[in-house]
Design a protein around this ligand. Structure first.
Ligand code: NAP
Length: 315
């Protein structure tokens, strides 16, 4: 049985649940993707900056050889901030395609609205350790992204970490509409306004860090590391005989938000997939909605002074 999907404004469908792969490297990434595909995952989320596209490509290739059809799997990757100069967009996309061993991407996202200095150093910094930025407006990059659709290299394009004003600008001034905005979302950052805006404009929201990256230093630093121990989440999970992680993920898919939890652990990859045999009640949904406190794991704080830093506006 295939898992539920959302319809994109291009008419194709995107699974509501996928595997996140940030920090999954080399063999553990390859194994995680193989495990996930065998369990029924049909959406894989990666990015040039995760440096694991080749391992994902290998896992996909083997599954294609074993009978999985290309059109049965949805692959998202992202254009990194050092590739935002319009001349760099096509080569970056071609490199990702080659790494993944694919002849088209299902979805290509601009990773963030802030451009960094061109070159192969993914994290260019100055003497003070601050990112060296590039004076390129994201609309210039977007126009180069549109050409990838024209060329048939990508089925759809979208954005990531764009706030409402920035999403609106792409929608208003772009020739091709962004189909997805991928943003951090979990019960502590519900993105209720962004979701309302995106729904009204037929843009699908994908939630990254849907578990608030449990146990990470970033989650602790920003006070979101207790999400899976939150009494509201724990009580709802006990009521349904589910885990707190499953409740956080179910809350997203039940409001038609795509989730891409990352795991390289087979038991947790499976746990995160067991979402489609229970329903949260309206009271459960509203209790979780009320946990929103605009508390996120990812702030791109080193870009805070950049004019396009997205998090000055509440999502
Ligand atoms: N667009 C962007 O800017 C952006 C930013 C961040 C992330 N992302 C995407 O979103 C994906 C998910 O975000 P994330 O990886 O940052 O955070 P996350 O999915 O919220 O959390 C991942 C962490 O949770 C653990 N975990 C997984 N399932 C669990 C469960 N059921 N119970 C307890 N712990 C569990 C994982 O460990 P194990 O691996 O050991 O299970 C891993 O340490 C990324 O992998 C990436 O694909 C996009």
């Amino acid at each position: 049985m295939s898992w539920p999907a959302v319809r994109l404004c291009t008419g194709t469908s995107m699974p509501l649940l996928g595997l996140g792969t940030w920090k999954a490297r080399e063999n553990e990434c390859y194994q995680a993707v193989k495990t996930a595909l065998n369990m029924g995952y049909r959406l894989i989320d990666t990015a040039e900056s995760y440096e694991n596209e080749k391992e994902i490509g290998q896992a996909l290739r083997e599954n294609f050889a074993a009978g999985l059809k290309r059109e049965e799997v949805f692959v998202t990757t992202k254009l990194w901030l050092t590739r935002f100069h319009p001349d760099d967009v096509l080569p970056a996309c071609q490199r990702s395609l080659s790494n993944l061993g694919l002849d088209y991407l299902d979805l290509y996202l601009m990773h963030c609205p802030v451009a960094w200095a061109r070159g192969d150093n993914l994290y260019p910094v100055d003497d003070n350790g601050l990112p060296v930025t590039l004076d390129i407006h994201y609309m210039e990059t977007w126009k180069a992204m549109e050409k990838l659709v024209d060329a048939g290299l990508v089925k759809a394009i979208g954005v990531s970490n764009f706030n409402i004003s920035q999403t609106k600008e792409v929608l208003t001034n772009g020739r091709i509409k962004p189909v997805v905005n991928q943003v951090e979302s979990h019960p502590y950052v519900g993105c209720h306004w962004l979701l309302e805006y995106c729904r009204a404009n037929d843009i699908v929201v994908t939630a990254y860090c849907p578990l608030a990256r449990p146990g990470s230093k970033e989650a602790k630093d920003h006070g979101v590391d207790m999400l899976l121990q939150d009494p509201v989440i724990v009580e709802i999970s006990k009521k349904h005989g589910k885990t707190p992680a499953q409740v956080c993920l179910k809350w997203q898919v039940q409001r038609n938000v795509v989730v891409v939890p990352k795991s390289v652990n087979p038991a947790r990859i499976q746990e995160n997939s067991q979402l489609f045999d229970f329903e949260l009640s309206e009271d459960d949904m509203s209790a979780i909605n009320q946990l929103d406190r605009n508390a996120r794991v990812v702030w791109f704080l080193r870009c805070k002074t950049h004019p396009h830093w997205p998090f000055g506006e509440e999502f």
